[in-house]
Ligand binder design. Structure first.
Ligand code: TYD
Ligand code: MG
Length: 452
């Protein structure tokens, strides 16, 4: 049978039967890469699985065992995984080169090796380099076995012989399956290797962590094409200018994808940041126009972040709008509401919105802080720096209730804010921390007039 050829976009994972210069799904240019389907398992000789007839059975008769979890030693990572790593699962840790993926996985070895046997396979660094890094991170244990190899058949053979509890592969782009003619890092190889590691996880009861590099220009097959195969996809993000990193789950078969983990890259590896609000608010300008503090829920945890806005007279025919860390279309909508309902004339001004610290505020509760920051910049009057704002803004300029208000208020209070602006509605049995003044407002005009 002729091998089937398909094409994948390395940026978004879209599949097409023919090569195209531009991906029809995400619009990226020159990201399509050829992928030759592997022959059916029956033709693969000894790797074929025994044919057994599977019959459907009632859900009540299915034996699922119990989900076994173990802590990784980094509370922030456990939180993103949904309460610890799950046995027999495959976790993909994706991120830009140099963000700290290898550091994260080597660091968890120190805790894992207390009770478990770990096999760390690196196709990128030599054993000496890994040892130097391990010394720097304070990892020294005999339960950690290193293997510097890129040939997948040898790696799998080693794993099957050693039977480790945890297997770490750094990185998937450097591994290659000798049965496959494609070059390492290509979509075909990356998929074949991931599938093999998935079989290793499910068949031998090994927990597998795989590192995948994300490359913006799509030169290397990105983890996007692997997302549907693995159990859990974690993205490790951060800005090169800052030394803190955010770990977020894009997919998790064993937990929520809302949680984030926050780390700081220090000279001895990654340090957990259990209170990200403090970090995000550090260095905040006081008495400066165009800044307001927002409180967003990141999973189960409230996080405070600073929203900045700059309203400047435009030199363009059409005024510019720009948003970083906040949805662009939402920002445009809010500026229209601010103009029409808040009485702030923005038609001759460019508006730039920025959320400090690389955080994405994708929550309606951040609407009011964006409006207030823009109004403050327009009037060139600072907001009181001990005030935080929470509220969703509707098209008539009204403020609408948000979820988990009590939790947000206690975080606002914990960080030493004196006052918090909240919507008048929907706050029936609210627990207000003592010492925190609550300002209930009905609409954005009332908020602007009270605070500015
Ligand atoms: P690394 O884990 O090698 O990145 P990745 O595997 O994602 O490509 O991290 C490399 C960066 O981390 C490098 O720029 C140096 C920095 N780093 C520290 O700042 N402190 C440390 O203790 C370590 C080990 C790395
Ligand atoms: Mg690395």
């Amino acid at each position: 049978m002729k091998a089937k050829t398909t094409f994948y976009c390395t940026a978004c994972g879209n599949e097409t039967p023919r090569w195209q210069g531009r991906c029809p799904a995400c619009g990226a240019w020159n990201t399509m890469e050829e992928h030759v389907e592997a022959p059916a398992p029956a033709a693969r000789g000894k790797t074929a699985r025994p044919q057994e007839v599977r019959r459907p059975k009632p859900l009540s008769e299915v034996d699922c065992g119990s989900e076994v979890r173990f802590p990784t030693g980094l509370g922030e990572l456990d939180r993103v995984l949904g309460g610890g790593a799950v046995q027999d699962s495959l976790v993909l840790v994706a991120g830009a080169p140099g963000i700290g993926k290898s550091t994260l996985l080597l660091q968890i070895c120190s805790e894992l090796c207390r009770t478990l046997k770990v096999l760390y396979v690196s196709g990128e660094e030599s054993a000496g380099q890994i040892k130097l890094r391990a010394q720097r991170l304070g990892v020294s244990t005999d339960n950690l076995l290193l293997l510097c190899e890129t040939d997948l058949s040898q790696i799998v053979a080693a794993a099957e012989e050693l039977r480790p509890d945890v297997f770490i592969a750094d990185s998937i782009q450097t591994l290659y399956d000798p049965e496959n003619a494609a070059s390492p890092g290509s979509v075909t190889q990356v998929k074949a290797c991931t599938l093999r590691l998935m079989q290793l996880a499910k068949g031998s009861g090994i927990t597998v962590f795989v590192v995948g590099h994300v490359n913006k220009d799509g030169a290397i097959a990105g983890p996007k094409v692997l997302e549907h195969m693995v159990d859990c996809v974690l993205y490790f993000e951060g800005e090169s200018a800052h030394n803190y990193r955010i770990l977020r789950a894009a997919k998790n078969r064993f937990g929520s994808t809302n949680e984030i983990g926050v780390f700081e890259m220090a000279d001895r590896g990654l340090r957990e940041v259990p209170n990200p609000s403090e970090l995000l608010l550090s260095g905040r300008p006081t008495h400066a126009p165009g800044t307001c503090v927002a409180c967003a829920m990141e999973g189960s945890r409230p996080v405070l972040a600073e929203v900045q806005a700059l309203v400047a007279r435009t030199t363009f025919n059409v005024p510019r709008r720009m948003a970083d860390g906040f949805d662009f279309n939402r920002a445009v909508l809010l500026m229209a509401v601010l103009e029409k309902r808040g009485g702030v004339n923005l038609s001759g001004s460019d508006v730039y919105i920025n959320v400090i610290g690389g955080l994405q505020l994708n929550e309606p509760a951040a609407d009011l802080p964006v409006i207030l920051a823009a109004a403050s910049s327009f009037r060139d009057k600072p907001l009181d720096s001990s005030v935080a704002a929470i509220g969703e803004v509707g098209l008539t300029g009204e403020l609408r209730a948000v979820s988990s208000l009590s939790q947000r208020l206690s975080e606002v209070h914990r960080l030493g804010f004196r006052c918090c602006v909240i919507p008048r509605q929907g706050a029936a049995n609210l627990e207000v921390p003592s010492g925190l003044e609550i300002l209930r407002v009905r609409n954005i005009r009332e908020a602007i007039e009270t605070l500015l």
